[in-house]
Design a protein around this ligand. Structure first.
Ligand SMILES: Cc1cc2nc3c(=O)[nH]c(=O)nc-3n(C[C@H](O)[C@H](O)[C@H](O)COP(=O)(O)OP(=O)(O)OC[C@H]3O[C@@H](n4cnc5c(N)ncnc54)[C@H](O)[C@@H]3O)c2cc1C
Length: 398
């Protein structure tokens, strides 16, 4: 058993009791004792000031992989809705689960989020593990890690997928460390090998210059984070239903180390706009200076699109980071992507290469962007972009 309490070292202070989200510690004859409800989540370990609660790390190669079954997606809930990346992962998870002949489950943690179980079912989930408490209303690393680690330890999934968002990146690494599993971050492709039940997780490596495919042979679950827009959102089927497994949790606000004082939403509209837009006009270093982004904004405005940017322009401070497209920016999948003065570095292509139609405007005919562009205009963007904007406004009055 990886977690145990050394009775001789326990001082009977009871500090560990509120730290356990599953109410699985009791006092017996003045000594803390773990009950059968213990999920081994590890939340109690740091609460003991006397080191009486011990956590024994399991060697990865000791894990009996045959005990782990099913594909799970961890939900991200924003403003009472499942995030798009969660729905996309349910679509991909459905395919992986079907290939393995297993169930697809959603782990839904929050406050008053039960109605979202129906949404999860429509998007492919067979089962929803539901943990609710007022303390879980907004994401906080500590309690979410404790609760989800507990659910994983109890029900043992084979694969766990999490969105590579701010929340997902923070959470996935914590959980993986807590359960001694591997984690492949920012995957751009997932494939299953049915024979050995291994998940082949592909992601850019060495600054995006190679694509690495990673397998996790010994530890379970196999964990991956995936950015939004890497997979397509499936069509919902509102006739589907899912079994809801309620996981009772009891949290004590006093034993949670972080408080959310204020939530400041900064330009979410512009950021969301970029990922939801069917048309994106992006500017690169070819613009020469910040003021010239006005050309990009004009064209985007005329054509009804959003403004994107290369990292070079973000690094130069010409435009805020939430406009950045690429490996370390947003992954986008618009119907039309117009790249103006962007060379087409592999890290930029990683974020927009799957656009339906790519138009490149670049003065250098050998720029790599032309290798992925469906239409290329070799020319000076300071002439081409305003001419395009004029032509569109004349034709469509945008
Ligand atoms: C780990 C890592 C992560 C990265 N992540 C990202 C990322 O997420 N997104 C990203 O974009 N980059 C990323 N990069 C940076 C990337 O490698 C490139 O440096 C960057 O994309 C270059 O931006 P650019 O195309 O605007 O600039 P440049 O490469 O300098 O290209 C400018 C282009 O403008 C053209 N040009 C110049 N003048 C004109 C003109 N008057 N008219 C028309 N064309 C003109 C030039 O011919 C040139 O092709 C990353 C790099 C690393 C190492």
């Amino acid at each position: 058993m990886p977690i145990y309490i050394v009775a001789e070292e326990c001082k009977g202070c009871k500090l560990c009791l509120p730290a356990c989200p599953y109410g699985a510690i009791e006092m017996v004859d003045g000594v803390a004792v773990l009950t059968d409800d213990c999920t081994q989540c590890g939340a109690c370990v740091s609460s003991c000031k006397f080191g009486a609660i011990k956590l024994e790390r399991v060697e990865m190669c000791d894990v009996d992989t045959s005990q782990y079954r099913g594909v799970w997606v961890v939900a991200e809930v924003n403003d009472g809705r499942l995030a798009d990346v969660t729905l996309e992962l349910l679509g991909e998870g459905r395919q992986l689960a079907d290939q393995l002949g297993e169930q697809l489950s959603l782990v839904l943690v929050g406050h008053e989020v039960e109605p979202l179980a129906e949404v999860a079912a429509a998007y492919g989930a067979d089962k929803v593990y539901l943990a609710q408490a007022p303390e879980l209303e907004r994401y906080r690393t500590g309690p979410f890690t404790d609760v989800i680690t507990g659910i994983i330890n109890r029900y043992k999934p084979e694969i766990v997928l999490i969105g590579a968002t701010g929340m997902g990146r923070d959470l996935a690494s914590r959980i993986a460390a807590r359960i001694s599993a591997g984690l492949t971050a920012d995957c751009t492709g997932l494939e299953i090998s049915v024979e050995d039940r291994l998940l082949y997780q592909t992601r850019p490596a060495f600054g995006g210059n190679i694509m690495a495919t990673i397998v996790c042979r010994h530890a379970r679950p196999q964990m991956a984070t995936v950015r939004s827009h890497v997979f397509l959102k499936p069509e919902p089927d509102h006739n589907r239903t899912a079994e809801v497994v309620e996981v009772p949790v009891s949290l004590d606000e006093k034993s949670i180390m972080t408080r959310i004082v204020e939530v400041i939403k900064e330009n979410v509209d512009a950021a969301a706009n970029l990922q939801d837009s069917d048309i994106i006009v992006s500017g690169g270093r070819g613009l020469k200076k910040a003021d010239n982004f006005e050309l990009i904004r004009d064209l985007a405005d005329a054509i009804g699109g959003a403004v994107g940017a290369s990292r070079a322009t973000v690094d130069a401070g010409w435009i805020p980071a939430y406009h950045q497209v690429g490996q370390t920016g947003k992954t986008v999948h618009p119907k039309l992507y117009i790249a103006c003065g962007i060379s087409g570095a592999v890290q930029h292509l990683a974020g927009m290469g799957s656009s339906d139609c790519i138009v490149a405007i670049n003065s250098d005919p050998s720029a790599p962007i032309f290798e992925v562009a469906h239409f290329g205009i070799v020319g000076d963007l300071f002439e081409v972009v305003p001419a395009l904007t004029r032509a569109i406004r004349e034709e469509f009055g945008g």
